[in-house]
Unconditional design. Sequence first.
Length: 277
Amino acid sequence: MLRLLLTRRWVALTLIFIALVLIMYRLGWWQFHRYQETKRNDHRISLAAHAPPVSVETLSHPGAAIPERDRYRPVTVTGRFDAADQFVVRRRTNAAGNIGFFLITPLVTQDGKAVLVNRGWVAPDNNDGAAYPAVPKTPQGVLTLTGRLQPDETSKLSRIRNVSGLPPRQYMLISSTEQAKNLTEPVLGGYVELVTTKPALGAAYQAESVAGPDSNSQSTSDAAIVGKGVHLPYAIQWWLFALLLPIGWVILFRQGLKDERESAEAAEPAEAAEVAA
């Protein structure tokens, strides 16, 4: 047994098995840590999403960076929509997975500040998908809206590459910093995903609602929930593989011993015949 184990073939094979066990063990822990991180993120998102609404100006101000703990926090804001400065962001999908645009309309508050409001998804032009799309009418008068607070989008957060040189009123990202260059009012940091308004809007004024954090459809914030429910099964899978490899090694080694024994037994009559001769 020891002689077989110390052959070059079995030394190399044993080292490969040990390396694979260690790699799979580490991969299992990596997936388990991802699972724990996802659980923490889910808990944080749940706490924020189910918190009572507060005025957006209690959590944001011009130039503010919205922290992770406030993402999805319900906020309220009162003001008038600024149709002249609204724009769309490209390459966004709705619940059905269709690619279109998000319609962003600044809301000017009663104290003269602007808040970027994502009013929802709109379909592209059937004849030219890159053209500025047909958008819902912009409500007139003072509105009080409730929505989910979101941080400014970046390429890292949204995984969307920012592109310059787009047609007028089209952008790749929702960024209060970028839009502050275009608006005369001070712009609050982050933006708001519209949920409801008072008074309620008619169908002609509504875009398709953006999915919340508990939905399976893609939204601007899906980076926070990608991989949900996946990492723990992967961790268990890697650890099972790590456990099965030593069993496989033992089976192979026992087969190797059996083959060597049979070869030795087959060689004995031949040696005896040579001696007799």
